[in-house]
Ligand binder design. Sequence first.
Ligand code: ADP
Length: 250
Amino acid sequence: MKQITVNIKLVQGDITEQNVDCIVNAANKELRGGKGVCGAIYKAAGRDELQAETTPLGPISTGSAVMSSAQNLTTYGLVGDKHGIKGIVHAVGPIYQDGLHGEVELLASAYRNSLILARQYGYKSIAFPCISTGVYGFPAALAAKIAVTTVVEYLLQNPGLTVVFVAFESDDFILLETALHNTKQYGQLFVDTGKLSAFNIDCEQKQSLDKMLDDAGLQPLQNQQTDFRGVFSAEFKKVITDISDPFSEI
Ligand code: ADP
């Protein structure tokens, strides 16, 4: 029997403040600094310096990714932290139209290509935002499901990287947490509940989240009641018994 441990963390916060080797930017094809998470990353890294570095790297196609340095983010972050962020992966997710334009596969590619790049650069940890779920309009529950399954499947085949999902909004945290709990087919899920944090989601919000989860084919969690207490920082480890078939059930 061989065990594969897959390390995935889920946090709510700002991606520019994560203590990881590289962070992923939800980029546009031209690699222009924009709004949303892209704006936050360019601002923290140094807009002009980062733009001067990324412009010659573009344009790139939807679903692909390129690596840049982290500019000022290398020294940004926790006081006294000398390790900082080393690289920024610029990954282009699809603009969601109707789901009939290859959006699912293109979003999975954006995640997969980011993981491949991080590995090529020898990075040990990578943080993802919820790619395409902002102005690109991807349904958030479906995007969470694609993010989680793509990452878990990649890590089972290529262990060693720690992946941090960074949810900026509490809704995205709940959707990602639910998607992680829905991955039982890949092995046993261990949850280190970390710090607990209360998300005050009301009935209406819960109903709308449940509807989104249902549309994405995900089972809502039992404990997501109106007084739901979310896991603020969780570690997910998958252990499988048969390495020859990482997707087999145990
Ligand atoms: P896209 O164009 O790919 O849709 P957006 O930047 O509009 O990208 O949104 C992607 C996601 O990033 C959204 O879920 C949004 O809440 C989230 N986001 C915005 N700012 C940050 C940040 N500083 N850190 C992490 N995630 C963020």
